[in-house]
Design a protein around this ligand. Structure first.
Ligand SMILES: Nc1nc2c(ncn2[C@@H]2O[C@H](COP(=O)(O)OP(=O)(O)OP(=O)(O)O)[C@@H](O)[C@H]2O)c(=O)[nH]1
Ligand SMILES: [Mg+2]
Length: 612
């Protein structure tokens, strides 16, 4: 006999990046009176980690829970950026339904397609929410029409085509069944969730739960998060942890916690359908099953799409190595990278033939950049190489990852953007002009062609363009097309940069550093105006005729340094260059620092015939 938990709904919120998921969760939380009346909660409450707040995007999927009437609605907020698609894949198994948000002005974007496909695969009931209908250029009807096209394309059976549609302004906490007639609150959305999302079905049998996520707390240690699919659990219960290798380990549950708004509260018992956090189980990996030791049946492990981009992480070999980081040895770097695999499902780490270098693969540049930034904030120092697409041999053929790219640009930027994409082997599959001077283009393009493209795209469209892409599999290698970057300005000797020396460098190009910074020979201090590296002496002082004076540099006009962010630095890197990452600095450098080393490396690659 099966039971149904009428008091619970488990719902995930999915969408393309920035379509308003976290904002909608804010409003749902506020309207469910989860907070005390005088509690200051702010906005994007669920984007709780520092990097999320700085970047204004969600990186990790997170749970929360609200009460509406007599029903507990467990909500899973997910990231919309394609690089964090692995986060979406691993949490959908906790839900029975989802809200598919679509921006009324942008319409469905590449990640909308990705998350909808995953939702269909998992069998979620879908509620379409056309959000941001307040935007000036909103066109909710056109957006909905495109959503319908997407449903037709992706649905496997007719049932899946039935989805209620709501319109919303998440920012104001309003929703309704027509874009011109929104309620003053989200009541229509609450109702639709309760009516549409199936209540959890309780499978009969002993306790069973798939670990979909982990959290850590200094008090309780690691917590395993998941949805109970069978039976119940209470503090003190003995359980079996079933791991990837097929092994089973006995453990004892210490606490059973559930979400209440932003808090976690301890409960005496939880049952199938509940989303819980269990403490006391120590080393549990995502994808493990926790089960009754009497019926230790593993659930299918979570399937995650393969990485498409990789780079090497190595021990810092710059002359400044060991100065700024707390953790800098091979052992520390290796342990940290492998530890990441427990929680970051989309990531792969491999040893290389060099003991001090590791190959790290992820779902995109941002996926890897977030790892780099996180590690540097933890006190690690290391060096990374240029990100590259992962090339495979399949049936003897050289194959490369391909992406589907959607760009929206203003008509005046169309020429520049299509030209740039053409050079990167992009193939246009669709072009749609709207009535407001905008153009939407669909492309297929090798992942290779997209690495480093974002910055370029923002420049070409003066910051007004919109782009998004998702991996769509492998295809035969499309041939070389590497665009020549302009040459680097490299420091010719070690020392401290001075205004006079930098002014000399600025005659040759743009500088990345300001005066008073320590440099080493072979460090990249700027970019010149044409191909080919040039060495510059940024530490050169003006010859003094008499007494040295700290104001003697004033006569020289310096353009402010063009500082490179982490992502810009990764985009900048050529094959023979590295990025040194420390808690205090990002330094671009040549792989071979001195002229002697460079020519030796050049000779070695020529004689071995592998030269790039
Ligand atoms: N005009 C308007 N802006 C909105 C609305 N909802 C959200 N926004 C804005 O859209 C931006 C992105 O909102 P988020 O809630 O962070 O979007 P998200 O889907 O969670 O983004 P990721 O988690 O990074 O994928 C924010 O600046 C919001 O203020 C809306 O209904 N109308
Ligand atoms: Mg978000």
């Amino acid at each position: 006999m099966t039971n149904i938990r009428h008091d619970i709904r488990n719902v995930a919120i999915i969408a393309h990046v920035d379509h308003g998921k976290t904002t909608l969760v804010d409003a749902l939380l506020k309207q469910s009176h989860t907070f005390r009346d005088n509690q200051q909660v702010g906005t994007l409450i669920m984007d709780s980690n520092d990097l999320e707040r700085e970047k204004g995007i969600t990186i990790l999927a997170k749970n929360t829970s609200i009460r509406h009437g007599g029903v507990t609605i467990n909500i899973i907020d997910t990231p919309g950026h394609a690089d964090f698609g692995g986060e979406v894949e691993r949490v959908l198994n906790m839900a029975d339904g989802c809200l598919l948000l679509v921006d009324a002005a942008e319409g469905p974007m590449p990640q909308t397609r990705f998350v909808l496909r995953k939702a269909f695969e998992v069998g979620l009931r879908i509620i379409v929410v056309i959000n941001k209908v307040d935007r000036k250029n909103a066109d909710p009807h056109a957006a909905l029409e495109k959503v319908h096209d997407l449903f037709l394309e992706l649905a496997d059976d007719a049932d899946q085509l039935e989805a209620p549609v709501l319109y919303a302004v998440a920012k104001e906490g309003r929703a309704g069944t027509s874009p011109d007639d929104l309620a003053t609150d989200l009541e229509p959305l609450f109702q639709t969730i309760i009516e549409t999302v199936p209540a959890p079905v309780v499978e009969p049998g002993g306790f069973q739960m798939l670990v979909a996520n982990r959290a850590y707390d200094d008090y309780t240690g690691t917590m395993a998060i998941g949805r109970i699919s069978r039976g119940g659990v209470a503090p003190g219960d003995a359980v079996a942890v079933l791991d990837k290798a097929g092994g089973a380990r006995r453990a004892k549950v210490v606490q059973v916690l559930v979400y209440r708004g932003l808090d976690r509260v301890s409960v005496e018992q939880a049952d199938a359908g509940d989303i819980v956090l269990l403490t006391g189980l120590e080393e549990v990996a995502i994808g493990d099953t926790i089960a009754d030791p009497e019926s230790p049946d593993p659930l299918p492990r979570i399937e995650i799409d393969q990485p498409t981009v990789r780079m090497t992480f190595g021990v810092n070999t710059s002359p400044f190595a060991g100065r700024e980081g707390q953790f800098s040895t091979t052992r520390q770097l290796r342990a940290r990278l492998y530890r990441e695999l427990d929680v970051n499902l989309g990531l792969h780490v491999e040893d290389t033939d060099a003991a001090e270098r590791f190959q790290v693969s992820g779902r995109g540049e941002l996926h890897l950049a977030v790892l780099i930034e996180t590690m540097r904030r933890e006190g690690y120092e290391f060096e990374v190489s240029r990100p590259e697409a992962i090339i495979k041999r399949i049936n003897g053929l050289r194959m490369e990852p391909l992406e589907r790219l959607t760009v929206s640009v203003r008509e005046e930027h169309l020429g520049a953007v299509t030209e740039a994409l053409g050079k990167r082997r992009g193939e246009m599959i669709e072009i749609v002009y709207d009535r407001k001077g905008g153009v939407r283009l669909e492309y297929t393009i090798p992942t290779r062609g997209l690495i480093g493209f974002r910055n370029n795209f923002l420049t070409l469209t003066a910051g007004t363009g919109l782009m998004g892409s998702i991996g769509i599999g492998y295809r035969p290698w499309a041939g070389d097309f590497r665009e020549q970057r302009n040459g680097a300005l490299t420091a010719s000797s070690a020392g401290t940069s001075l205004t006079f020396g930098l002014a000399g460098a600025q005659e040759r190009g743009t500088t990345f550093i300001g005066p008073g910074e320590e440099v080493y020979e072979g460090m990249i201090v700027g970019i010149q105006k044409r191909p080919g590296d040039i060495r510059v002496n940024v530490c050169r002082e003006k010859k003094q005729s008499n007494v040295r004076s700290s104001t003697s540099d004033i006569s020289v006009r310096l353009t402010p340094a063009s500082r490179q962010s982490l992502e810009q630095s990764l985009d900048f890197l050529a094959d023979d260059e590295l990025l040194e990452v420390t808690p205090k600095h990002l330094r671009l450098r040549k792989r071979h620092l001195t002229e002697v080393d460079q020519s030796r490396a050049r000779r070695a690659s020529e004689t071995s015939g592998i030269g790039r």
